[in-house]
Ligand binder design. Structure first.
Ligand code: BGC
Length: 759
């Protein structure tokens, strides 16, 4: 397809029609111009291809992002992405609608299960890997929902009120990393408004930031129904309106071009971006992977289900293992309790919901592992204590060696389109757990949930296994972990607060009057809990293993460097236990320069190492300017200030094994802004004015003589915050004197800036 030539041939009416979808999932076809239609499909953790009257094909449900994030394994993400890409090719789907990378601002967001992390770096790296995988099969992705869509309440109308620095540091980087590292074919804009402007018609968001700054070359589509003003949208860089207006907008687009309200170039760009995507897909449809090898694309559900199970095994997080209650032994009789053992909750509700071809429950495979009994214990559908179910469960538990309760959030609690109202498990489940604890037998809780829950019994139970919504193979994965066939290696990609009110968004979630104020700024998740030194139930990055790892030999390539040079950090990790296991090594950077208010530390690197007993491997991290920088809105750029930073290497945000100071030099300092209001302290601190101001102000400083009770330090401290204009309070200092001083200071600064430029 010669896209340029086709767009030239298209009539204005054809172009107006081309920028919206058809029949919910298709792009428009123009057979006479050689343009076929292509289909897109949800996403993100399985293929939800629709056909006929709202029917979906059966396919495989991979673990949801809340779970896959815990693998901290980018290679695994790529592998899963590749499998999804193959499924798309087999089903002739051009674009998979995912990954979903919105930041988990509040544990209450109904879609947290679809999202990756509270940390933008993890969300970016994991999504970039998934995109690489899918697109290696010549199928596109649609990273979503761009941007600041962190709740379901009023999601299609509400405005996320977020300052630019917070957008740049927290809500944008996942998209930015993915765009820069793996070039997604498409980006899906979010429903909400940002600071009053819909994402679907925000030129700063779509054209300036996404395209001009990050270099995005693909197409932007709307979330389904996100378009408000279509004309403004096209002008702002929104190419494709999905699912479309059934032609309702076509005439207004034509009129807008005719009357000059919309430039035809903008419309042409939108059409070109859409046709480029179509061309990219159809030119390699069924071709095989990017390596050029022909592949026979079949939707191999059995193979993909096996892969989904393998992925799930890498995601399970062991949160508590008191006195090594786990792994269970074959000889032990285990009371399995809870309907989720029979019917696991393995995915969330809404557009990501997969029509699974096969679901493996823990109960269906339990026989292979050891002796067990099974009782439901509680109703999984409603929150009422069912005395009979509870009594039977407790009776069975009394006869067992150990008790495993499969608890979790019922389907109704978590879905796209609405948020949770609290962070609790159903009271009937908490009650049953308390009753089981009374038996005196060891109690292990397995959790199925898409987002953190409060755990009032956490200190009393012996084991906790976080299985999240682990896809349709989760039953087997959980049993493998419980019995030690798999050594758990998942780590939390989000903090578990003690209670909801600890969460930084608590006072501003979900907002009122169609606005939600992101008042906590950059202090999201562990950035808040760790800075405030608050107790959390489980910290970010945390997870246990059946083996132990020792960290040693931290090396840093240099301790002083410029931001452009960056630095390399490495650390050795040894498995000192007796079983093979995997460790997620995490690197945080802590800014001690004081140049901005920042979280106490931020994750800037992670890697997962697989280690046999006794084996040592080295984790290597390369840190560039961004690893140290914050976003300086005044400069419109990232700033890594000169001064000291601490590199922290550890196994979670709260278990730091090594800290080491490094120093950044050579970042151009910002000169003080010279007006009569400039404070003397700023002048005496800045390298641009320090010596010069000392001399210049000497005649005036004698006026600040101290009384007997004052020290020099006190006088200095008082002067620090005195504006230059305060000199007017002294005899002989006029407005003209202050202006002269300002001029002299500015001239001195300009001279140095000129000197620096010419160097
Ligand atoms: C969701 C998207 C999804 C789309 C198509 C929307 O409601 O927000 O994530 O891809 O529907 O199903």
């Amino acid at each position: 397809m010669d896209v340029e030539a086709i767009v030239k041939k298209m009539t204005l009416e054809e172009k107006a029609a081309a920028v919206e979808g058809k029949l919910f999932w298709f792009t428009q076809a123009y057979p006479e111009l050689g343009v076929p239609e292509v289909q897109v499909s949800d996403g993100p953790h399985g293929l939800r291809k629709m056909y006929g009257q709202g029917l979906t094909i059966t396919s495989v449900c991979f673990p949801a992002a809340c779970a896959t994030a815990c693998s901290f394994d980018t290679e695994l993400m790529e592998k899963m992405g590749q499998a999804l890409g193959k499924e798309c090719q087999a089903e002739d789907v051009a674009v998979l609608l995912g990954p979903a990378v919105n930041i988990k601002r509040s544990p209450l967001c109904g879609r947290n299960f679809e999202y990756i992390s509270e940390d933008p770096y993890v969300a970016g790296k994991m999504s970039a890997a998934l995109i690489r995988g899918v697109q290696s099969e010549n199928v596109g992705t649609s990273i979503k929902h761009f941007a600041a869509n962190n709740q379901e309440f009023e999601r299609m109308y509400g405005s996320s009120e977020v300052d630019e620095r917070t957008l740049r540091e927290i809500y944008f980087p996942a998209f930015e990393i993915a765009v820069k590292e793996s070039d997604p074919w498409t980006v899906m804009c979010s429903y909400n408004r940002i600071n009053g402007t819909y994402s679907s018609e925000n030129p700063w968001l779509l054209n300036d930031v996404l395209r001009k700054e990050w270099g995005f070359k693909g197409l932007v589509m709307s979330d389904w129904g996100a378009v408000s003003d279509r004309i403004a949208g096209i002008a702002a860089g929104l190419d494709l309106d999905m699912p479309g207006s059934q032609g309702v907008n076509n005439e207004s687009i034509v009129q807008a071009v005719r009357t000059g309200k919309l430039s035809e170039e903008a419309l042409d760009t939108a059409v070109t971006n859409i046709l480029n995507m179509v061309e990219k897909y159809v030119s390699h449809r069924g071709d095989g992977a990017a390596d050029g090898k022909k592949a026979e694309y079949l939707l191999d559900r059995a193979a993909d289900h096996a892969l989904a199970t393998e992925v799930a095994k890498e995601c399970v997080v062991l949160l508590k293992n008191k006195e090594k209650v786990l792994p269970l032994a074959k000889e032990e009789t285990v009371a399995l309790i809870g309907g989720f053992a029979e019917k696991p909750r393995f995915q969330g509700g809404g557009s990501s919901h997969i029509n699974s071809y096969k679901v493996v429950s823990a109960l269906s495979v339990a026989e292979k592992y050891g002796a067990f009994t099974f009782n439901r214990g509680f109703s999984e559908k409603e929150d009422v204590i069912e005395e009979d179910l509870q009594r039977e469960a407790v009776e069975a538990a009394e006869k067992a060696d150990k008790i495993v309760v499969f608890a979790g959030l019922p389907d109704l609690f978590e879905s796209e389109a609405y948020d949770r109202e609290h962070m609790r498990l159903p009271a009937c489940q908490n009650h049953l757990i308390e009753e089981l604890l009374k038996t005196g037998k060891p109690v292990i809780v397995v959790l199925h949930n898409g987002s953190p829950v409060e755990m009032p019994w956490a200190d009393e139970v012996d084991g906790i296994v976080e299985a999240y919504l682990g896809g349709d193979g989760i039953g087997e994965a959980v049993m493998d972990v419980l019995y030690g066939k798999v050594n758990p290696s998942g780590r939390l990609a989000e903090s578990f607060p003690m209670k909801l009110s600890d969460n930084p968004s608590y006072l501003n979630f979900p907002g009122t009057e169609h606005k939600v104020n992101y008042a906590e700024g950059v202090f999201v998740g562990y950035r808040y809990y760790d800075t405030k030194q608050m107790e959390v139930r489980y910290p970010f990055g945390y997870g246990l293993s059946y083996t132990e790892f020792r960290y040693s030999n931290l090396r840093i390539s240099r301790d002083t460097f410029t931001a452009a040079e960056g630095v390399t950090v490495s650390v050795d990790v040894t498995n000192i236990g007796d079983r093979a296991g995997k460790e997620v090594v995490q690197l945080y950077v802590s800014d001690k320069t004081g140049s901005a208010i920042r979280p106490v530390h931020e994750l800037k690197g992670f890697c997962k190492l697989a280690l046999e007993p006794g084996e040592t491997k080295t984790a290597v991290f390369t840190l560039d300017k961004r690893a140290f920088a914050w976003y300086d809105v005044e400069d419109g750029d990232w700033r890594a200030s000169n001064g000291t930073y601490v590199i922290e290497v550890g196994r979670s945000s709260r278990e730091i094994e090594y800290t080491e100071e490094v120093h950044i030099i050579g970042t151009p300092e910002k000169p003080p802004v010279i007006t009569p209001d400039v404070q003397m302290g700023e002048l005496l601190r800045s390298p641009y004015t320090r010596d010069y101001a000392m001399e210049l102000l000497k005649p005036f400083t004698v006026k600040f003589t101290r009384s007997d009770s004052e020290t020099d330090e006190m006088v200095e401290a008082v002067m620090r915050f005195l504006p230059l204009r305060s000199l007017r309070s002294f005899q002989g200092v006029t407005n003209e004197t202050v202006d002269e001083l300002c001029k002299a200071l500015q001239a001195h600064i300009d001279e140095q800036l000129k000197g620096a430029q010419s160097r």
